[in-house]
Design a binder for this molecule. Sequence first.
Ligand code: HEC
Ligand code: HEC
Length: 207
Amino acid sequence: MKISLMALLVGLAISLGSTAAIAAGGNAKAGKDKSALCQGCHGEKGVSADPSFPHLAGQFAGYIEKQVTEFQQAKRNNETMGPMAATVTSKQDLKDIAAYFSSQKAMKGKGSKGKNAAAGKKLFLKGNPKTGVYGCKNCHGEKGKGKSSNNPLFPVIGGQHKAYLVKQLTDLKSGERTNDPAGMMGNIAKLLSKKEIDAVAEYISGL
Ligand code: HEC
Ligand code: HEC
């Protein structure tokens, strides 16, 4: 019952093009101090130095909230991030922290120079008709910046660390990560080859 209701809600959110259900209400100013621990790995302004820690700068607040909540509920698992999520015990604190990172100057790449970038671009924009993969831009936006803050369902990925993107796509493909709504992203990742993952991550990280 709970699961089918969730599926229905996700379906509704998608068809309305809005996830008002997980809308913000956070105070970015208050979130600055509250996020001191998080800044240790994700960077003072949400731009992290180590590629195993994702950038959070300019990420949608609703997406940050969803991920942290799901780490807390063990719907998404990571031995480093899981215990960090557990330290955020107040919903308002989480909203404030999410608002802080979301309000920072958005993550941005420096262009993609790798030899597979052209193949990655093609996959990003047009997908792969042979394997039935949709173009990533259909959900993540032309530049990988998502759709709008009213629709935090589709995260900002443009300018994210390449190594992090590769890890997520690999985890979604293997079934290690399964917290994507209705299996939407896992179903796509399962159709990608290792080479395609490398190429598309190369391109996206440069956006
Ligand atoms: C010790 C380092 C560390 C600290 C401190 C830390 N994180 Fe993380 N965080 C990680 C790692 C590693 C991942 C990537 C997990 C994975 O590979 O799935 C992550 C992932 C995330 C994600 C998912 C991002 C995405 O694009 O899906 C969010 C959101 C996040 N962290 C928020 C926070 C918040 C909020 C705090 C503070 C309460 C925090 N983190 C503290 C290491 C850390
Ligand atoms: C039908 C819509 C859709 C398409 C098409 C799509 N995605 Fe996604 N993607 C999503 C959703 C929804 C999520 C968020 C999952 C969650 O909430 O945990 C996501 C998450 C991701 C993430 C994890 C981001 C993070 O910060 O952890 C990556 C990486 C990603 N997508 C890459 C891609 C790539 C590459 C393509 C094209 C090959 C693609 N996506 C196509 C819907 C889509």
